[in-house]
Ligand binder design. Structure first.
Ligand SMILES: Cc1cc2nc3c(=O)[nH]c(=O)nc-3n(C[C@H](O)[C@H](O)[C@H](O)COP(=O)(O)OP(=O)(O)OC[C@H]3O[C@@H](n4cnc5c(N)ncnc54)[C@H](O)[C@@H]3O)c2cc1C
Ligand code: FES
Length: 510
């Protein structure tokens, strides 16, 4: 049985195909730069290099732009979503200012590219609002106002936002933020890349990236080898190193829903509240005069909850309380973000390499991070002056983030203790069709799934990255690893990096 990627949750964007003609790689190739991972980071980097004369190859193990980018909500907001006041505490004023400037430059770059090539992707500039959640203290708004003023970003202190019950809520208004349809934008970029002899290969899993003695790079995939002068690992979570970067970030799952909304039902803007985890809201024009409102939130650490239904229910109730014009639900989906311990991504040369570059640690603003990464990594590859290297240097140490480092890495320690716990079910016979559970077999733990026709699939419950214990994700029908965010299909295929190899087959002794 082969896992169907579309059986996972479906977002509002997924009907748009990006580079649908891309086929699996078959045979060896060479190029200037090979990019592994075709999300916003990989495709944007390929675009920057291809438009500056490089021959690029982009490889993805799934569909092109079928990863987390297809599950985004695409608020293009240039400020740290963990709050600028928090970022200043960890990294100071100058780095926080440079962070803001780099994300603002990324939004400018998206605007420039879609305009230049006439990409119809619903790009628009609009206001963003951070508003005091109901029944909370407005102090956070004051602190954030001071922090944002300190780094020189445009902001207005206001009272009241356009939601029901929110006339008296304190808020910050950020002018000139933006939004778009992410896959329509990437479809346009992919066409420009292909028009410059760039090549896309879908359904091609990369297993190894190595630097050769002569400085070239060889990428090994299940379809053949690609030799290049440089490689960019843009697999969301890096497959180019086992530990270094993974200990400095942690996977969180977020949930989003789309609802119909009548024209004029809510002003077109970006909205976030001050809760932790926060709610986020935006509008999206649809076809045939339908408009949608997208509502997100309900975040938790990956693999530590399997209650998507409850989270969607809470999002629905929250949205209906605040947005009376909310219509029928049309989509619900979830995805993962990698939160770094100091709020900025890791972009640049992969630690220990000269010609392998990495982009990871997307955090909340992962779309703009992806575009920042394309500007920074393409400049490094082309030997140009790269901006913002001190913000994003992958090997950086942030002493003030030691508390976050310890907190996030405790997950792995706790996780290994799960191998000692009993299974969730005593035997395979208890497993109902369409469900998965962890079952003990002697000293081993199995990840067992029974499909709707009754067929049983039994795989090892040990993640193939570095062995953490997997948990069942009933909403996406797959296995989640809480340590660094790998996901596996019920047949054991790795779906999400950093894992590359499939889960081991287990004999089912039921
Ligand atoms: C619900 C939700 C809401 C969000 N909202 C926002 C928002 O409002 N604003 C914002 O800026 N960001 C937002 N984000 C974050 C943002 O969407 C992501 O950070 C971003 O899309 C990640 O892009 P990427 O290119 O790094 O990864 P991806 O899009 O996941 O691309 C990586 C690709 O690498 C491929 N790959 C992995 N391993 C291999 C391998 N071994 N071989 C070959 N290919 C491989 C994958 O198949 C995948 O296609 C949100 C995320 C979620 C989940
Ligand atoms: S993702 Fe690292 S152990 Fe699973």
């Amino acid at each position: 049985m082969t896992f169907d990627f579309d059986r996972r949750s479906k977002s509002l964007w997924m009907d748009v195909a990006v580079a649908p003609e891309a086929s699996p790689l078959s045979g060896d190739r060479s190029c200037d730069t090979v990019i592994i991972g075709a999300g916003i980071a990989g495709i944007s980097t390929a675009y920057e290099l291809a438009t500056q004369g490089q021959k690029v190859i982009v490889i993805d193990r799934g569909r092109i732009a079928g990863g987390i980018t297809a599950r985004t909500t695409a608020h293009l907001a240039p400020l740290c979503d963990d709050l600028t006041s928090e970022m200043i505490k960890l990294r100071g004023d100058d780095i926080s200012r440079a962070f803001y400037e780099s994300h603002a430059a990324a939004i400018d770059r998206i605007e420039e590219i879609q305009k230049k090539h006439g990409i119809a992707c619903d790009f628009r500039r609009l206001d963003g609002f951070l508003f005091q959640a109901l029944d909370t203290d407005p102090k956070i708004i004051d602190e954030e106002f001071d922090a944002v003023c300190k780094i020189g970003a445009p902001v207005h202190r206001i009272v009241g936002v356009a939601f029901e019950h929110c006339d008296a809520q304190h808020a910050l208004k950020y002018p000139q933020q933006a939004t778009f349809h992410p896959l329509k934008y990437l479809r346009g970029l992919a066409e420009e890349i292909v028009g410059r002899q760039g090549q896309f290969y879908a359904g091609t899993a990369v297993s190894e990236i190595a630097e050769n003695e002569d400085g070239t790079v060889t990428v090994k995939s299940d379809g053949g080898l690609v030799t290049a002068r440089a490689a960019v690992v843009a697999t969301n979570s890096p497959i180019s190193n086992l530990f270094t970067l993974h200990t400095k970030m942690a996977p969180y799952r977020s949930y989003a829903m789309a609802f119909e909304i009548r024209a004029g039902g809510l002003p077109d803007a970006l909205y976030c509240d001050t809760l932790d985890p926060y709610h986020y809201v935006r509008l999206q024009p649809g076809d045939q005069q339908k408009n949608y409102v997208i509502v997100g939130g309900g975040d938790h650490k990956s693999g530590e909850a399997d209650d998507a239904g409850l989270r969607f229910g809470a999002l629905d109730a929250w949205a209906r309380n605040l947005i009376p014009a909310l219509g029928e639900e049309t989509h619900r989906w979830s995805g993962q973000v990698l939160e770094t311990i100091d709020y900025a991504a890791f972009i640049g040369r992969n630690p220990g390499n000269d010609n392998i570059y990495v982009h990871t640690g997307d955090s909340g603003p992962g779309i703009t991070h992806g575009v920042v990464g394309s500007l920074l990594n393409s400049a490094l590859i082309l030997g140009k002056k790269a901006r913002w290297t001190d913000v994003y240097e992958p090997g950086r140490k942030t002493p003030m983030a030691a508390g976050n480092f310890l907190k996030e890495n405790l997950t792995a320690v706790k996780n290994f203790a799960e191998y000692l716990a009993p299974g969730e079910l005593k035997s395979f016979d208890e497993l109902k069709p369409g469900t998965g559970a962890i079952i003990r077999q002697g000293v081993s733990k199995c990840a067992a799934y029974r499909d709707k026709s009754g067929e049983l699939l039994v795989r090892s419950a040990a993640c193939t990255h570095i062995g953490c214990h997997l948990n069942w994700n009933s909403f996406e029908t797959c296995w989640d690893c809480p340590c660094h965010g790998s996901q596996f299909a019920v047949d054991g295929t790795a779906l999400n990096a950093p894992a590359v190899a499939s889960l081991d087959l287990m004999e089912d002794k039921h």
